[in-house]
Design a protein. Sequence first.
Length: 227
Amino acid sequence: MTSQLINKLKSFTLLYVEDEVGIRNNIYEILECMFKDIYVAANGEEAFKLYEEKKPDLIITDIQMPKMTGIELIKKIRLRDSKTRVIITSAFTDLEYMLEATELHLVKYIVKPITEEKLSLALESFIKSFEGSSVFNIIPSWIYDESKSLVTGPKEEYLLTKKENIFFKLLLQKNRIITYVEIENILWDENQIMTQNALRLFIKNFRKKLPKDLLKNIQGTGYQLLN
């Protein structure tokens, strides 16, 4: 894998789900230095609990597992979340499996054995999946158009500032808590200091342009969008 790809992956979190211990350990060794955080599960039920708790940016999951299959896991997640990226791994090349999996809006379907080359191609597809995405359904009747810096509700439209537009896209794409450190590093110029008053005013104005109670403050940590 290229250093450029690895540097890009370091901004994201991963949930890796695999019931076979040997495979799980081998792939974890490859991935552990690439992501900001990695969470590991041995079955679908364990994975869903981790998903709810950690809200990873990417899920890599096997299909055939005890308690809950990978397909069942992703279907359950898709009932509430269409944004988290998913890569499925499987020893099965059966067309029925593939067709069912493709309905779940996957980044990639990897046929085992998992090689570093296959994994690298899948992770490149994951990074590319963020390119060109500009329109998001926030909640029913609310749409965010990143290309126009516009939030549209049932009866109103709000034009976002440049800083608000960057922050909103980050919240949507990451699908997790955006920390105060990330906010300062990304939204404030390197020669500026993000004071508490400046952040408070920015968030106050930003909230006025969103559905009520969508943006949640995680005390002492940062901000997150409620699902």
